[in-house]
Design a binder for this molecule. Sequence first.
Ligand code: NAD
Length: 258
Amino acid sequence: MTPTRLFEGKRVLVFGVANERSIAWGIAQAMHEHGASFIFTYAGEALEKRVRPLAEVVGADLIRCDVTNDEEVEACFEQVRAKWDGIDVLVHAIGFANREDLDGRFIDTSRAGFLLAHDVSVFSLVLLARHAAPLLAARRGNIITMSYYGSEKVVQNYNVMGVAKAALEASVRYLAADLGPDGIRVNAVSAGPIKTLAASGIRGFKTILSTVEEKTPLRRNVTQADVGNAALFLCSDLGGGVTGEIMYVDAGYNIMGL
Ligand code: NAD
């Protein structure tokens, strides 16, 4: 029996592949196996040589796009429109905070550090959604972004990113309400900790991984593939009735109390 290909003929625009460990790469691989076509964006010159070979694996076009630069975002969408008259999925897997703000006390976060974390990790979702909305509406597409448990509970050293993730989750709900009438869905996966480039900036990340492995109901950490498969569900027709949702993919860690 041939397995059902959920993304045959679907077009996916991906923000957030930095290397083979990126969660965005896990999502792209899952969708690639189901027949999707891709455009990948990358944040700047330094990342291009890492991202290009991965783009080649899935036959993706590559566009440079630093989400803090309005002109680059505008130019990026011009290139997307030149290739596609509609998109089925926008993957937003972007986050950044200064290393010094992922250590010590949240109270010491600088104004610049607070704004930077929110600009890159939250406002970018709003900006990209605005640019993508007409393209998504053309194919009743959807948006997926990535959150973390530190939005809800205090996680040592996660600090300003926890506050940014809370704003990101609220943004998912407001965007879902704005875009729902056009048939566009907006959801987030709240992933358990995974060793990636972004995660390496969080002091004590190894301890987070070992604590989760010990305490989580499934007694393991999640993988990029776990997140990719969940994204596959949310972004395919199988998730057609789901919008504004924050779905935990964390091996159950979030349900545990004492
Ligand atoms: P990653 O380092 O592979 O991905 C982060 C991405 O953000 C990179 O591709 C980077 O280029 C991009 N980025 C940063 N600044 C940018 C800018 N100005 N313009 C455009 N892109 C920019 O790490 P990851 O862990 O895969 O992170 C992806 C998302 O998943 C982030 O939002 C992160 O907070 C979230 N997340 C990660 C974990 C984890 O444990 N790794 C858990 C839950 C949620």
